[in-house]
Design a protein around this ligand. Structure first.
Ligand SMILES: Nc1ncnc2c1ncn2[C@@H]1O[C@H](COP(=O)(O)OP(=O)(O)O)[C@@H](O)[C@H]1O
Ligand SMILES: [Mg+2]
Length: 303
């Protein structure tokens, strides 16, 4: 099997290319992506919702100019949604047409051919012609354990076995990204086959750069205020007060909303009015309100 040829000579070149499509990657993350490509290994990204896991796979497909195949996981997902299923209608039609001229054995052989397969993302990724595809197995923690077990053959060898057809192996290792919001621990066997990267909320400077590039008309003062406020929200001891801290998407949305309201500077009233963008839980909005003054207080350096 051909290794997936690394399209970037260095981690810096990769970081730069990702930035070019609007994705700001910290050094550690860029290193993991670089290595995953160079070593031909799947990459497991774990972290809270909204830290940029899914977006990374999309950005990577873009910079590589490869198709992205996405498998959105959920509880009770079955192999046939991930890998393939037989096109029963087409098989039936073929059987009917062939009945007059072929024996039962011939017909049976004929209907289990690759042209009667409906290909799902995993199989599509394995069969993608050079330079190969990017496969995103998104939110794998939502799938159940049998599904994780089913993934092992793919993750370890980039191949799958279809009982009627045999083993299908990739000619080019697909660049494979798994994400998990860590609602449960993943199987060790899955982890062993992947490189692993924990993704944290961004540092303030990086979030500032993201908001600035996605909401350019927010202006430097509002952008600064938004990122400072959100970063304080996420930091201790406040973070414990919330069920779920706002992600990058929420910061971006919030900045957009504040621009739409012609806000120039944050004040308690506008924060309360727009708190539903930062938090999607009623209890979290309620917990925020008494903290607003404290969160808005200038830091010692600023005072
Ligand atoms: N590093 C980043 N650079 C640019 N935008 C980002 C970055 N991380 C997250 N975002 C923004 O935040 C949104 C949410 O990210 P997403 O990848 O969906 O989070 P996750 O998959 O971790 O829940 C994205 O649509 C994107 O707009
Ligand atoms: Mg996601």
């Amino acid at each position: 099997m051909l290794e997936s040829t690394p399209a970037f000579v260095s981690i810096d070149a990769l970081t730069h290319a990702l930035q070019g499509v609007g994705y700001h990657a910290p050094r550690r993350l860029a290193t993991s992506v670089f290595l995953a490509m160079k070593l031909g290994r799947p990459l497991l990204l774990e972290g809270e919702p909204g830290v940029g896991k899914t977006e990374l796979a999309k950005a990577l497909a873009k910079v590589l100019g490869r198709p992205m195949l996405r498998l959105q996981c959920y509880d009770g997902m079955e192999q046939r949604e991930a890998l393939y299923e037989w096109n029963h209608t087409a098989q039936l039609l073929h059987m009917r047409a062939a009945q007059a001229t072929q024996t039962a054995a011939e017909i049976e052989q004929a209907v289990y051919q690759s042209r009667f397969l409906i290909r799902r993302p995993l199989l599509q990724a394995l069969e993608a012609p050079a330079p190969g595809a990017v496969l995103l197995i998104d939110e794998v923690d939502r799938a159940d354990e049998p599904f994780e077990a089913f993934l092992l053959e793919y993750l370890g060898e980039y191949q799958v076995t279809i009982p009627e057809l045999g083993t299908i192996k990739a000619q080019v290792a697909p660049i494979t990204i798994l994400t998990s919001n860590r609602t449960r621990d993943l199987n060790d066997a899955v982890k062993r086959r992947c490189l692993y990267q924990w993704m944290d909320y961004p540092e303030r400077e990086r979030e500032h750069a993201i908001v600035q590039s996605q909401v350019p008309n927010a202006g430097p003062l509002l952008t600064e205020a938004v990122t400072e406020f959100v970063s304080r929200l996420r930091s201790l001891p406040f973070a414990n007060a919330f069920q779920r801290s706002p992600g990058i998407a929420e910061s971006v949305e919030w900045a957009k909303a504040l621009v739409a309201l012609d806000t120039l500077a944050l004040d308690p009233e506008v924060i309360q009015d727009t708190a539903g963008i930062l938090f999607k839980q009623r209890e979290d909005v309620a917990a925020l309100v008494p903290m607003i003054d404290e969160l808005l207080r200038p830091s010692p350096q600023q005072a």
